[in-house]
Design a protein around this ligand. Structure first.
Ligand code: FDA
Length: 305
């Protein structure tokens, strides 16, 4: 049943017409639990609140499936506006974005141009930018764009997903760039031809890539809500004398908030991934796919309207 629900919500997450309808109707159906707001101003306020609790943030400009260069350029403008706000209000936040929202499905030139515009402004304000990883179809192209940009800019990182078979080889190929990587289990529906279907294999590979990246001396963001993975990281860094400056934990906005505060109190760097914007639908559906309890929460929200 759980797997069926997961597949259903992941199927919905890729529905373009629904994405458009959701944009027009605004943040609803419990979405506000996982999305900080629709405007940069609302996001700034939420970041300030988290900063006051000692948590840092990566602000995610929600967006996927752009159809033309104009939309991709508008998304880049929104990211630039977010970077300027982070700099102007001097809040502790990085930026996250998806390359499909920058035009990855249109052409590599369009993506590179939009990314350079963002990265130039981010350099002015000293804001680090992470390229999120999307589905398998976009993984190879995302890594190619990342490598090109990494030659030109230091303040850029990307994401590696433990569920893909190609991940270990990707990490080896990337290691020459000494990248700052966010490591995750992976959030999309993928075929068993490209991704481990069983959770225990994903977990084993997650531990494997955490180990690889830390031992290579690279900055590592362990992005998970899973206590077993958090415990593994804590023990691994202790046994290998790895400094707390070389890694951080990351969790999603609205998920396990108490655990986020505990990790901060234990002295670990804790970063919250905070999505904002009108294009919240695909992100929201992936969160519902991850955890049936989230569906119950949303259902309650709808009933109480
Ligand atoms: P998993 O979902 O396997 O859960 C393991 C355990 O964690 C559960 O059994 C439970 O104990 C605990 N848990 C989880 N959720 C909980 C909750 N709400 N309350 C209480 N306990 C809970 N994916 C991707 O493909 N590309 C990307 O760029 C990113 N980016 C990203 C950034 C950040 C900061 C995070 C945290 C995650 C991502 N992801 C992602 C999503 C990621 O791939 C993955 O889908 C989710 O993090 C869920 O996997 P977990 O590692 O949290 O464990």
């Amino acid at each position: 049943m759980e797997r069926l629900m997961r597949d259903f919500f992941l199927f919905l997450s890729k529905n373009k017409p629904m994405t458009k309808v959701a944009k027009q109707y605004g943040l609803r159906f419990g979405g506000a639990r996982f999305v900080a707001g629709e405007t940069v101003e609302q996001a700034v306020k939420s970041i300030q609140e988290l900063n006051q609790k000692g948590l840092c943030v990566t602000l995610d400009c929600l967006g996927e499936f752009v159809d033309n260069e104009k939309e991709a350029s508008e998304m880049a403008e929104l990211c630039i506006e977010a970077v300027r706000a982070i700099g102007t209000y001097q809040i502790d936040s990085q930026l996250s974005l998806k390359l499909t929202s920058m035009g990855l499905d249109l052409s590599e030139d369009v993506v590179l141009e939009n990314m350079r515009r963002i990265l130039d402004v981010a350099a002015e304000y000293d804001v680090f930018v992470t390229i999120d990883m999307e589905d398998y179809e976009h993984c190879g192209r995302t890594l190619e764009v990342f490598k090109k940009l990494k030659h030109e800019y230091d303040h850029i990182g990307t994401v590696i997903q433990a569920y893909l078979y190609r991940t270990e080889a990707d990490m080896e190929a990337l290691s020459v760039h000494s990248p700052n990587l966010r490591l995750v289990k992976g959030a999309y529906k993928e075929s068993p031809e490209v991704a481990f279907p069983e959770k225990h294999d994903v977990d084993a590979n997650f531990k494997n890539i955490i180990k690889m990246h830390l031992l290579n001396g690279n900055y590592t963001a362990v992005a998970t809500h899973d206590d077993a993975m958090i415990q593994y990281t804590k023990e691994f860094v202790r046994e290998h004398g790895i400094s707390r400056d070389q890694f951080e934990f990351q969790m999603l906005y609205g998920i396990r908030e108490e655990r986020q505060r505990e990790l901060h109190k234990e002295g670990y760097k804790m970063r919250v991934y905070m999505p904002f914007g009108t294009d919240w639908y695909g992100y929201f559906m992936r969160r519902l796919a991850e955890r049936p309890a989230n569906v119950a929460f949303v259902a309650k929200g709808i009933m109480n309207r």
